[in-house]
Structures are given as C-alpha cells and as structure tokens.
Design a protein around this ligand. Structure first.
Ligand SMILES: C[S@@+](CC[C@H](N)C(=O)[O-])C[C@H]1O[C@@H](n2cnc3c(N)ncnc32)[C@H](O)[C@@H]1O
Length: 214
C-alpha cells in the first residue's frame, strides 16, 4: 500500500472533521460537542431515564439536548455564563460555577437532592498564553471535582473535559482515588490536534477523603 504523505493525512483529517460538522448541521444539532457526549455515553452507558444530572459549561446546549432526550422524566441543571438553548426538562442557571451564590442556586434547583451524574465540558477562554490557559483549564477540572463532592451520589458518575499539560497527571492520580474506575477517552469527534480529552469517573465513593483534591 502507498505510504501516506503528511499532506494527504491532513486532507483525510479535514474530511473527517467535516463529516462531524456536516452531520451536526443536517441533524439540527448545531455543534460537534453533541457527538462527543454521544460517543462517551455509547462506551460507558452513563445516561439513563429518570436520572438527575448537573451539567457545568453547558452553552450553547449540545450536551443538554443529547442528555435531555434520554432522560424522559429525569432532570438536568445546566450552568453557564453564556446563553443555553435546551428543552423543558433542563433548568438553566446563567452564571459561572465556582462561587457561593451559584452553589446556593444549584442546591435550590435540585431541591436539596443529589445527582446521578456530573458533566463538565467547561473550557477557559483561550488567551494563547499556554501556561495560563492550562492553569485555568486545571482550575475548571478541580471545580468539577468540587461539584461532585457537593452533589454527586455515592455510586454516581462524572465526565470532565481535560487538557493534557501541567497538572494533568496529578489531577488524574488524585481523582482516581474518588472513583471505583477513572478512564480517559478521546472521542473521534474531538479534533485530533486538540489536547482535549475526557475523564470518566464511575462508582463515586463519598467515603473517600477529598483532602488535597480541590
Ligand atoms: C466547549 S463549551 C461547552 C459546550 C457544550 N457542552 C455544548 O454541548 O454545547 C465550554 C463552556 O464552558 C463555559 N464555562 C467556562 N468556565 C465556566 C464556569 N466557571 N462555569 C460555568 N461554565 C463555564 C464557557 O462559557 C463555555 O460555554
């Protein structure tokens, strides 16, 4: 078989990306983000009817729409400072996660109950200064673990967008202690040149100490 040149690999890669972009547009889904959660869910079977979900970094709403379709009578509390478009079983909280006021709003929206699943697709505004962007991304990953500590049921699951770089290995080692299993997944719909990867925690253990994690 002929060896692939770098330019033909780039061409194939662009074609693959276009496939997801076109599919998102033709299905009325708006973005490729939807496919990332779909792939993660297909592998780990995370979303089931009747669940309660806390979703951080939900705008513009691709993940919310995917999850809402699978929930029937379940509910999603979706948080983002940017506007979210989502169906009726999604409670929209406009604002940033990571302050006392938002904690109170989430607790009220959940009526004091815990959730089965924490989803975080939170990503920082990219400044182009790599060290700063990575520090902010790690801070958002820490915030997702903080949310699990507050609202995730024992035995629940978590999906967190991560970026390879400083702090990544230590975060994985610490977070692994909180779950029966912590897997890393790079969906096909995620751009191959992106350092993005998703951490999937299964079987959350509330008995494990959170010290040193957040
Ligand atoms: C990749 S987008 C999420 C896409 C979304 N999952 C979807 O399917 O449409 C990342 C989002 O994280 C949000 N974000 C960043 N920091 C946040 C914070 N502290 N609290 C809540 N959302 C945050 C951004 O506003 C942005 O909308």
């Amino acid at each position: 078989m002929a060896k692939r040149t770098k330019s033909s690999q780039r061409w194939l890669e662009r074609q693959r990306k276009d496939t997801f972009a076109k599919k998102a547009a033709s299905d009325g889904l708006g973005s490729r983000a939807h496919f990332k959660l779909e792939e993660i869910d297909a592998r780990f079977k995370l979303i089931r009817p009747g669940m309660r979900i806390l979703e951080l970094g939900a705008a513009p709403g691709g993940w919310s729409r995917y999850a809402a379709e699978r929930l029937n009578d379940g509910m999603i509390v979706a948080v983002d400072p940017r506007p979210i478009t989502a169906p009726g079983n999604v409670v929209l909280l406009e604002g940033e996660y990571g302050n006392d006021d938002m904690d109170t709003r989430i607790t009220e929206a959940l009526d004091g109950r815990q959730v089965d699943l924490v989803l975080s697709d939170m990503a920082p505004n990219i400044s182009g200064i790599r060290v700063r962007d990575q520090a902010e991304a790690m801070n958002l990953a820490d915030l997702a673990v903080d949310a699990a500590g507050r609202w995730l049921k024992p035995g629940g699951s978590m999906v967190v967008k991560m970026f390879h770089g400083d702090g990544f290995d230590a975060w994985v080692a610490d977070t692994r202690k909180l779950f029966g299993r912590l897997a890393m997944m790079k969906p096909k719909s995620s751009r191959s040149e992106s350092r993005e990867v998703f951490a999937v925690g299964i079987e959350y253990s509330s008995l494990t100490s959170h010290e040193g994690v957040v």
